[in-house]
Structure formats: structure tokens, C-alpha cells
Design a binder for this molecule. Sequence first.
Ligand SMILES: *[C@@H]1O[C@H](CO)[C@@H](O)[C@H](O)[C@H]1NC(C)=O
Ligand SMILES: *[C@@H]1O[C@H](CO)[C@@H](O)[C@H](O)[C@H]1NC(C)=O
Ligand SMILES: *[C@@H]1O[C@H](CO)[C@@H](O)[C@H](O)[C@H]1NC(C)=O
Ligand SMILES: *[C@@H]1O[C@H](CO)[C@@H](O)[C@H](O)[C@H]1NC(C)=O
Ligand SMILES: *[C@@H]1O[C@H](CO)[C@@H](O)[C@H](O)[C@H]1NC(C)=O
Ligand SMILES: *[C@@H]1O[C@H](CO)[C@@H](O)[C@H](O)[C@H]1NC(C)=O
Ligand SMILES: *[C@@H]1O[C@H](CO)[C@@H](O)[C@H](O)[C@H]1NC(C)=O
Ligand SMILES: *[C@@H]1O[C@H](CO)[C@@H](O)[C@H](O)[C@H]1NC(C)=O
Ligand SMILES: *[C@@H]1O[C@H](CO)[C@@H](O)[C@H](O)[C@H]1NC(C)=O
Ligand SMILES: *[C@@H]1O[C@H](CO)[C@@H](O)[C@H](O)[C@H]1NC(C)=O
Ligand SMILES: *[C@@H]1O[C@H](CO)[C@@H](O)[C@H](O)[C@H]1NC(C)=O
Ligand SMILES: *[C@@H]1O[C@H](CO)[C@@H](O)[C@H](O)[C@H]1NC(C)=O
Length: 571
Amino acid sequence: MRAFVPLAGGLLASLSSAQVLVDFQVAEPPPVPNSGQQCTMLILERTFGNSYGDPEIVEYSPPTDCGAVGSWAAVTLNFTVTSNGTQYDRLGIFTFQNTEIWRTSTPEPTTDGIIWTYTKDVTRYIPLFDKPGTFILELDNIVTSTDTGQYATTLYATFYASSGEYPTAGQSNMIVPISTMLNNTSDEASVPPAFSLNVTLPQNTVEIYAELYASGNGDEEFWYYNTADEYLGYLPPGTTYGGGPFREVRLLVDGQVAGVAFPYAVIFTGGINPAVWRPITSYGAIDLPTYFLDLTPFAPVFADGLPHNVTLDVASAETNHTLNQNWYVSGLLQVVTDPSGKQTTGSITAYDAQPYAITETTASIGGADVNITVKAQRSLKIEATIVSGSGTTNNVVFQQSMDFTNTQYYLDDANTQNVAQISSGSIISTHNGVSVLTDNFDYPLYINFSALVDNDTVTSYYTTFDHSYNRQLVPAPFILGSDISERQQTAGYLTLLTTGLVTANGTSNNTFSYIDTRGNTYDRDVNAAYDVITYDEQSGSLATTPLPTFPLASNAQFIPGARLPGGRVCA
Ligand SMILES: *[C@@H]1O[C@H](CO)[C@@H](O)[C@H](O)[C@H]1NC(C)=O
Ligand SMILES: *[C@@H]1O[C@H](CO)[C@@H](O)[C@H](O)[C@H]1NC(C)=O
Ligand SMILES: *[C@@H]1O[C@H](CO)[C@@H](O)[C@H](O)[C@H]1NC(C)=O
Ligand SMILES: *[C@@H]1O[C@H](CO)[C@@H](O)[C@H](O)[C@H]1NC(C)=O
Ligand SMILES: *[C@@H]1O[C@H](CO)[C@@H](O)[C@H](O)[C@H]1NC(C)=O
Ligand SMILES: *[C@@H]1O[C@H](CO)[C@@H](O)[C@H](O)[C@H]1NC(C)=O
Ligand SMILES: *[C@@H]1O[C@H](CO)[C@@H](O)[C@H](O)[C@H]1NC(C)=O
Ligand SMILES: *[C@@H]1O[C@H](CO)[C@@H](O)[C@H](O)[C@H]1NC(C)=O
Ligand SMILES: *[C@@H]1O[C@H](CO)[C@@H](O)[C@H](O)[C@H]1NC(C)=O
Ligand SMILES: *[C@@H]1O[C@H](CO)[C@@H](O)[C@H](O)[C@H]1NC(C)=O
Ligand SMILES: *[C@@H]1O[C@H](CO)[C@@H](O)[C@H](O)[C@H]1NC(C)=O
Ligand SMILES: *[C@@H]1O[C@H](CO)[C@@H](O)[C@H](O)[C@H]1NC(C)=O
């Protein structure tokens, strides 16, 4: 099925009144049954005004009218938000049963108002949804006389009954959080310093798959623009932060590295030029990617039934691996237990992992240029033999091979600030020779920033972004795998006058392609220019609902300002 929205220039004259802007992140519609019984329940409804440290906390009970509890074929969350006025982008964290299940951020509103809806597949969290518990949405917002936007949110969950055609979704036996376990806030930890907690698993644990959430915030929001400490002094003061651009999220068990993630650089909608992320947000801004590791080699370690120290941290390529404040991290373990109930035995038979990635920092400095390259390489291989209480033997091999290169070009006394970063890798885990977890990823990121005018009355710059998310991912043998190729190319101008008025414009071109291990497909090409959708085409088996018809946007180009590397603010 195809739909096409042509440039509707002729409509301009007839639309004189203000228009609500429909924001969205390009993504596949969740691969859910398209027939059969479904039940939708309201999880929460809340307007986040001055909501700092004041999350929405509600009690959840599973629906009983959509087949046996937990027997569902799929579960989705549908989050709809409106906001009117001027406001910064905010982080939103959904915590359920002390486990983070969705990290999001908000598009910035316009004076004529915005609305967005995102439907997220949470089928892999059925072991949480099949029992009552506390659901928390923390969305820390601050309303002032100038930042007037509140975020009015509604969250529904939809449960899809299983059937002959749509069987019960694959699932683990239990999900164990790696979180702060607090009941009155969202449960992510702020690092540095490293976060650790004691985790106790059942003695009959035979497989463990970890999922990690991680995002750079504050002085780490533009981590890919942070400069190696040894060269920071060559740049004009305030250009950017130190700590360099390499970031590795590590998971340790009893002090030993069990696996690592090279994060995708999510650009929030207030980043560098907010106008280019409107109405199409940067990829990942509404649904931040997460990272998966096979911790099955550690099953015999946890099988003693005693507490083990699980640590999450983020390391840089600096000599002492330090970085700035802060990263928010959390995680969860999908645990598979043996039906015998008897204790798992076995051991790690080969462990080849360095505590930190191998890194190299070089620079070429001359004239008005400072060019700095940071490279990192990570190899890890852990082998183990796991013997279940039922007597089956599982020979596990978990391997990671990842590469990172970031070159920053500060030219013309840093009037030009370009970054070229490629993070790529291959993660594979086999159980008795059969592949159970794979993650082949490639995340090229190119940003060019050029100051055009910078004097007492005017600051203006032009930026271009070319950012891709190419990822072939199977998170665990019981979780649907997918192959996504996404590319976003954006460009725009931002001008700040001494009067405080910020005006900006931008264009955004997006190509997105999805295929999953059940054969579902989805493709979408969508472009925006100056807040208006100029081209929109979709196809594939998941393209079952027509594309929205986008109203012509308001001419509201007023933005609260833009955040830049180094804590600079254009506002
Ligand atoms: C999500 O909720 C919105 C608002 O209630 C509704 O219009 C939309 O149809 C829902 N979408 C899905 C996929 O459930
Ligand atoms: C924004 O305005 C719309 C339309 O008037 C309204 O329905 C919605 O509740 C408003 N949202 C907020 C957060 O004020
Ligand atoms: C959260 O609530 C659970 C269940 O009531 C309790 O066991 C746990 O101690 C609480 N956590 C904290 C940090 O208070
Ligand atoms: C949340 O609970 C923790 C532990 O019980 C307590 O220390 C903290 O003050 C509480 N925070 C809020 C915002 O109520
Ligand atoms: C885990 O180990 C680290 C040192 O590696 C220590 O600082 C931390 O307190 C330990 N955490 C727990 C929960 O025991
Ligand atoms: C973690 O468990 C160990 C025992 O394995 C215990 O010594 C330590 O005190 C525990 N730490 C915390 C913070 O509970
Ligand atoms: C890390 O190194 C930097 C630069 O040498 C130094 O300023 C900082 O104090 C060190 N931090 C730690 C935790 O050792
Ligand atoms: C820095 O990189 C730019 C762009 O590749 C190049 O033109 C310039 O010559 C380089 N400067 C130095 C000092 O290497
Ligand atoms: C700043 O630059 C603008 C645009 O080039 C120019 O019109 C204006 O006169 C300049 N102002 C000052 C104080 O130099
Ligand atoms: C950035 O500039 C370089 C050098 O001029 C160019 O090769 C590259 O295509 C530009 N990238 C983007 C995203 O505009
Ligand atoms: C987006 O595509 C349009 C039409 O092909 C083109 O004019 C524009 O330059 C592109 N914008 C970016 C940022 O690549
Ligand atoms: C975008 O902004 C730049 C710089 O202010 C301006 O020259 C250009 O005309 C604007 N483009 C559109 C289509 O408004």
C-alpha cells in the first residue's frame, strides 16, 4: 500500500488560521496481529507542568479479558502528547516494576501547539505486564513566564490475544531490573561514578540476556563533540567540553567485564538547530535505542543463588577513562530458568576481555586548524559450559568486535566545527553452535557547523547533519529480530539577534527500511522543509494504516533557543 502527499502549495491561501504541528519520529509500526481480539487500557493521564522530581505514579493490574494473563501475542504502548507555547525538550523515562521499559524525549512545542503519538512495541516485557505493579513516568519539566509549554500526556496499553495464527509471544521466565529500585521516582542511575547493585537470580538460571539503556545528558549531551583533554587548550575557551568523544557503556559482574555497548548518538530536538528536528524528530529522540548482551556465560556464577555485584558505567578514551556529568543508565536481565528447578552447574572456560577498549588519540594542528582523531577498538570473547538441572549441556560463545573513529575538525579558529564519527561492530552469541543473539551495527554521523556572523548584534550559523542507524539485531532467541536501515539528512540556519529573538529554519530528508525475522516489512521516505511535509511515501506489509495528512504548519519559527556543544546556548 502506498500513499503520497504532494506539496500542497495551493492550499496556503485558504488556511489562514493557526495549525497544530504533528511531530513524529520515523519508525516502523509495531508488528502486531492485524486480526483477533485486542484490549486497550488507560495506563496514565497527566499534564506535566512544573514537574521536576514529581513523576506520575500509578498502579497497574493486567487485563483479564484478552485471553489468559501473559498469553498475549503482543503488547504495545500508545503515548500521545500535546504541548502549546515555548518549551525545551525534556527527557521522559517509563519505569515499570522498577524496570526501565522506554526512554523518550519531547519534541519542542510551538506557540500554535504540537501533538505527537508514538506506539511502542513492549512485547518483550510481557513477564512484567503479566503481574500487578507500579508504573512510573518521570518527565521533568519547568514552566516559567517564557518557557510556557506544559506536556499533556496520555498512555494506553493494548494487549493482543493469542490465537492459532498469532501464538503467544516468546518470553523469558523473569525480568530482573538493574536499577536504583526506587518506588517514588524513575529508576535510572546517574554516572559517573559507576552504578552497582547486588543481583540475586534463581539457582536454576540457564540463560541470561541483558538490555541496557544509556543516554548522555548535561555536559555529555553532545559527547561526540567533546574534545580529548590534551587538545582542549588549543581551542578558544568554551568551544566544547573535555573528556574526548569515545563512550563505552560497560556491564561488569563481580568486577569483571561481561559485555559493552558503543551507544548510538541520539540528538535531542533542542540540539544545535531545533528547526531541523521539526516536525520530524531526530532518529531515536522519541524511542531511544537500547543495547543487548548475552550474559549466559555468567549463569553458573549466579546459580549459587547468592547476591552478585552488577555494575554499569561509561568509560572514555582518556587516560583515566573519565568523562563529564552525566549519563543516565539502567538495565534489565531477561532470565530463562530450567523446568527441573535444580541448580545449574558449569563454568566460564575461556575469558578474553580487557577492562577497557584499546584507544588512540592523534591530532594535526596548524594555522587556524585543530583536527583531532580518536579511535577505539574493542574485542571480547567469553566461552562457557552451562549444564542445566535437567542435564542438558550448552556450550556458549559470546563475542564482540567493535570499532570507533571520531574526527573533529575545528577550522578557521573554530568558526567551522565539523565532526565525522563512525561506530560499527559485530556482536554474536552462539549456544551449541546456534546463533541466539546478533547485533551488526553501523552508525555513521557527520555534522558540519559553520558560524556565519558572530558580532555584537547578530549570531548566526548553518549546520548540516547526515546520520544513519543501520542495525541487524536479534536481542535474544525469544525476541523478534529486525534489520533497520535509516538515514536522516538535515540542514538549516539559526539566527540570534541581541533582542533575544531566535529564528531558525530547516529541512529534513529521511529514508527508512525495516524487515524482521517474521518477514514483516516497512519502508518510508519522508521529507520536510520549513516545518511542512513535502514528500511522504510508505510501503511494506506493516503499512496497514494510511499516512496522516499533515496540515500546513503555522509560520511559528520562534524557538526557545538552541543548545550547542560546550554548554553554549543560543538564546
Ligand atoms: C493511540 O492513541 C491515539 C489517541 O487516543 C489514537 O488516536 C490512536 O488511534 C491510537 N493508536 C494506536 C495504534 O493505538
Ligand atoms: C494545547 O492546545 C490544544 C488545543 O487547544 C488542547 O487540546 C490541549 O489540551 C493543549 N495542551 C496543553 C498541554 O495545554
Ligand atoms: C520499593 O517497594 C518494594 C515493595 O514494596 C520494597 O520491597 C522495596 O524495598 C522498595 N524500595 C525502596 C528503595 O524503598
Ligand atoms: C524516595 O524514596 C527514597 C527511599 O525511600 C527517599 O530517600 C527519597 O527521599 C524519596 N524521594 C522522594 C522524591 O520522595
Ligand atoms: C560492587 O563493587 C564495587 C567495586 O567494584 C563497589 O564499589 C560496590 O560497592 C559494590 N556494590 C555492591 C552492591 O556491593
Ligand atoms: C552485596 O552482597 C554481598 C554478599 O555477596 C554483601 O557482602 C554486600 O554487603 C552486599 N552489598 C549491598 C550493598 O547490599
Ligand atoms: C583524570 O585525569 C584528569 C586529567 O589528567 C584529571 O584532571 C582528573 O583529576 C583525573 N580524574 C581522576 C578521577 O583520576
Ligand atoms: C584539517 O582538516 C581539514 C579538512 O580535512 C583540512 O583541510 C586541513 O588541512 C586540516 N588541517 C590540518 C592542520 O591538518
Ligand atoms: C553584525 O553583522 C550583521 C550581518 O553581517 C551586520 O548587518 C551588522 O552591522 C553587524 N553588526 C556589528 C555591530 O558589527
Ligand atoms: C561536511 O563538509 C565536508 C567537507 O566540506 C563534506 O565532505 C561533507 O559532505 C559535509 N557533510 C555534511 C553532512 O554536510
Ligand atoms: C532534501 O531533498 C531535497 C529534494 O531532493 C533537496 O532539495 C534538499 O537539499 C535535501 N535536503 C538535505 C538536507 O539533504
Ligand atoms: C532560512 O534562513 C536563512 C538565514 O536566515 C535565510 O537566508 C533563508 O532565506 C531562510 N530560508 C527560508 C526558506 O525561509
